[in-house]
Design a protein around this ligand. Structure first.
Ligand SMILES: Cc1ncc(COP(=O)(O)O)c(C=O)c1O
Length: 402
């Protein structure tokens, strides 16, 4: 298409992006190119194939086809500052693939203490086995973070807001320190996506998104992506090729389809989440609402400063109730499914306890009572907010009856 799309805002870019292939003259969406074998004109063309290793060239199925290239192109266009995007078969594969592309034996990885649990497990498992050390840091304590660097620290892994407890950290400040210390900063930006938080523009070197969540949006696919500027994109791409990562063209087409409506879904989910968070914050049986989009909640000011959007994912903590009470609440919900994922069109609830998964962050937090330890994470979907509030009301009634 060759037009300047950078001047358009997010909603428009979601519609126009990833449609530069020849197909776009005839159909709106790229065809699903199912292919392991790519064919060559003759032996000379076959032999020339491996030497070029360029984007968007037929070679062999593991390097994708126009369906996957269209999705990669779309995600790159949506991430200001990105030169390219690598697709992975899950969000976790994107995290592991990106980390493995930038660390080596003997390096030290700094890991935010509120990172997604499987990210922590990767550091403590496969990376450790390959001789990469890790240190957890409290992402809200900038001095402790700066002090955690050593001359072997080559990478910093951030997540914003943090998993489950939803702390918002000062990404530009943390990324600047990483850069000054010569380390690469990676961020799990799944919560906001590039629409809500321009990670590379805010100083990060690699922006990772679990496309399984908001981009897919319909709870029917697993995929991840990592976007970066030219130098690191090349590293990511080579690393993914050497690890044999590829995503199916069918899933890539689903992800592209999800992307087109992601803006309106996120807007709607954010509006509903805010209404529900406000309602929860007025209840006596709720001790804390951990929702950065809620005025007055922890992290709200940084969210307002750095983000251009939100989503439907947030948590709350019950006031002094035990797990049995929490289970009565969650089990009696009719509209909320009980499940691990989020970002789909349907609402979900997930009970969680924070304390066991924190290494560095103070617990209980300042201002928190020890007995306020039962958390519930909500992923707000596209149902009517009033119906969801009525469902939660029923859950709290069941909890308090027990
Ligand atoms: C913050 C965050 N990052 C990454 C992932 C991993 O994504 P996937 O399930 O596609 O591996 C998840 C999944 O729940 C997540 O919550």
């Amino acid at each position: 298409m060759g037009k300047d799309k950078s001047r358009h805002d997010g909603a428009t870019r979601l519609v126009t992006t990833g449609r530069s292939g020849d197909f776009a003259r005839y159909v709106v969406n790229p065809p699903i190119w199912r292919a392991s074998t790519h064919l060559y004109e003759d032996c000379a063309a076959l032999r020339a194939g491996p030497s070029t290793n360029q984007d968007g060239r037929f070679f062999y199925g593991r390097r994708g086809s126009p369906t996957q290239w269209s999705l990669g192109e779309a995600l790159t266009e949506l991430e200001p500052g990105a030169a390219g995007t690598v697709l992975y078969p899950s969000g976790l594969a994107a995290i592991v693939g990106a980390l493995m592309a930038v660390v080596k034996t003997g390096d030290v990885l700094l890991l935010a203490d509120n990172a997604y649990d499987p990210t922590r497990a990767t550091a403590m498992g496969v990376l450790k086995r390959f001789g990469v050390e890790h240190r957890f840091f409290d992402p809200l304590d900038r001095h402790a973070y700066a002090a955690a660097f050593c001359d072997r620290t080559t990478a910093v892994m951030l997540e914003n807001p943090g998993s489950l407890t939803m702390e918002v950290c000062d990404v530009p400040a943390l990324a600047t320190i990483a850069r000054e210390k010569g380390a690469v900063s990676l961020i799990d930006n799944t919560w906001a996506t590039s629409l809500g938080f321009a990670a590379l523009e805010h100083g990060c070197d690699i922006a990772i998104t679990a496309l399984t969540k908001h981009v897919g949006g319909h709870s029917d696919l697993m995929m991840g992506a990592a976007s970066a500027g030219e130098r690191l994109y090349r590293k990511l791409r080579l690393g993914a090729q050497q690890l044999g990562h590829v995503v199916s063209p069918d899933d890539a087409a689903l992800a592209l389809r999800g992307l087109r409506t992601m803006g309106v879904r996120l807007e709607r989910e954010t509006t509903s989440a805010l209404a529900i968070a406000q309602w929860l914050s007025q209840r006596d049986d709720v001790a804390h609402v951990l929702c950065p989009i809620l005025p007055g909640a922890p992290g709200h000011e940084l969210w307002q400063r750095d983000f251009t959007g939100g989503c439907g994912l947030f948590s709350f903590v019950l006031r002094g109730h035990d797990d049995a009470a929490r289970c009565r609440l969650v089990d009696s919900l009719e509209l909320f499914g009980i499940g691990y994922s989020w970002g789909g069109f349907e609402s979900l609830a997930l009970p969680f306890d924070v304390e066991p998964v924190r290494a560095q962050m103070a617990w209980p937090k300042p201002g928190w009572e020890v007995e306020d330890s039962c958390g519930i994470r909500l992923s707000i979907g596209l149902e009517d907010a009033d119906d969801l509030i009525a469902d939660l009301e029923r859950g709290f009634a069941a909890m308090n009856e027990g």
